[in-house]
Design a protein around this ligand. Structure first.
Ligand SMILES: NC(=O)C1=CN([C@@H]2O[C@H](COP(=O)(O)OP(=O)(O)OC[C@H]3O[C@@H](n4cnc5c(N)ncnc54)[C@H](O)[C@@H]3O)[C@@H](O)[C@H]2O)C=CC1
Ligand SMILES: O=C(CO)COP(=O)(O)O
Length: 336
């Protein structure tokens, strides 16, 4: 049987790392808009701009011809930042064959519409099965071959199982789920809590503080996720607790780094100029505040992160504000 052609959209760190894994299992084409990235992958089998000299699978091919990348796809994997998805998918729409399944790698929410990215896919490419792959997946560690795992959620379990075989390797375990909402919401929200953990780390608050913030963040994340239709169990799994731990503790996390630098007194434009990569929590924070109001879920930690990012609050004051809140029953109260 012919192996399906996989097309990955997005030549950043995560698109490249996943494309390199997929290229072991099936012919894989990576679409990147940057010509230097395409040449780097095709000629040197690296993506030096995002993953230094970590070797990518030599079978992986790259192109900046979007029409060709889309028209040849049997499976489409979406790995551009959240706010770029609608534009790229709209361009892709007329070239994609019917029924091609789409897997989002994106951990963000669309500003304005407040949609999850699989919902943006459904609006721009109606009729295609769509799911999401999320988990504790720091791209450079996976590209370097360290063991990791993720959850692939598709509405249809059988489809999840067939795609699972394309996106896994011996070192990258892919579990399946049918909880698209839960897996996707968890991936988007954990970035905001990584920024909060970064505040504490930037203020040198200590290990107990970090554990407190992560644990209470999991509660906020789960409560909003369940209110939006996710399954409670998902939030204690790889896409929930797993990714929260990785992102809130990793020295490689861009979101955590944003929090650290803000706590050290840098401005957001200064930090973004230094980072040169996407930190999705910055764009998702105001959307999450709108969703928390819409669903009536109190989210004190996310609220303070949004206040620092968008309303002139300092990280120090955000911290003091949180500590002034009176703790209620651990599992029933809304206060942090
Ligand atoms: N890097 C990581 O460890 C992981 C990232 N993710 C998620 O994957 C998504 C992509 O992130 P990364 O690969 O890390 O980002 P990145 O910052 O490494 O790269 C982003 C890529 O998207 C491209 N891009 C930006 N705007 C574009 C547009 N309008 N049209 C076409 N291409 C555009 C950039 O040129 C770049 O190649 C994000 O939602 C992120 O949260 C998920 C898991 C792990
Ligand atoms: O999603 C990630 C790890 O699972 C990457 O996190 P950052 O975007 O904060 O680097």
């Amino acid at each position: 049987m012919r192996r399906p052609n996989v097309t990955v959209l997005g030549g950043g760190s995560w698109g490249s790392a996943i494309a390199s894994i997929a290229a072991r299992n099936a012919p894989t084409l990576l679409w990147a808009r940057d010509e230097a990235t395409v040449a780097d992958i095709n000629e040197r089998h690296v993506n030096s701009r995002y993953l230094d000299d970590l070797p990518l699978n030599p079978a992986l091919r790259a192109t900046n011809d979007l029409e060709h990348a889309i028209a040849t796809a049997d499976v489409l994997v979406l790995g551009v930042p959240s706010q770029a998805c609608r534009g790229v998918l709209t361009e892709a729409a007329e070239h994609l064959r019917p029924w091609v399944p789409i897997v989002s790698l994106v951990k963000g929410l669309e500003q304005g519409s407040r949609l999850r990215i699989t919902e943006v896919v459904r609006e721009t490419l109606p009729g295609h099965p769509v799911g999401v792959l999320n988990g504790p997946n720091i791209a450079r560690e996976i590209a370097a071959g360290y063991a990791a795992a993720a959850t692939l959620a598709m509405p249809d379990q059988q489809q999840a199982e067939s795609l699972q075989n394309l996106l896994r390797s011996t070192m990258f375990r892919v579990y399946t789920s049918t909880d698209v909402v839960g897996v996707e919401v968890a991936g988007a929200l954990k970035n905001i809590f990584a920024i909060a953990t970064g505040f504490g780390d930037g203020l040198e608050a200590g290990d107990n503080t970090r554990a407190m913030v992560i644990t209470r963040s999991l509660r906020e994340l789960s409560r909003l996720g369940v209110a939006m239709g996710g399954h409670e169990q998902t939030f204690s799994g790889l896409a929930g607790m797993g990714d929260l731990i990785a992102t809130c503790t990793s020295p490689h996390s861009r979101n955590r780094r944003v929090g650290i630098r803000l706590a050290q007194g840098k401005t957001l434009p200064e930090i973004e100029a230094e980072l040169k990569q996407v930190a999705e929590g910055v764009k998702s924070a105001p959307v999450v505040m709108e969703l928390s109001r819409e669903h009536g879920v109190e989210m004190p930690i996310a609220r303070e992160v949004d206040a620092v990012l968008n309303h002139g609050q300092t990280a120090v004051r955000a911290y003091r504000g949180l500590l002034r809140e009176a703790p209620e029953h651990e599992f029933h109260g809304d206060a942090w």
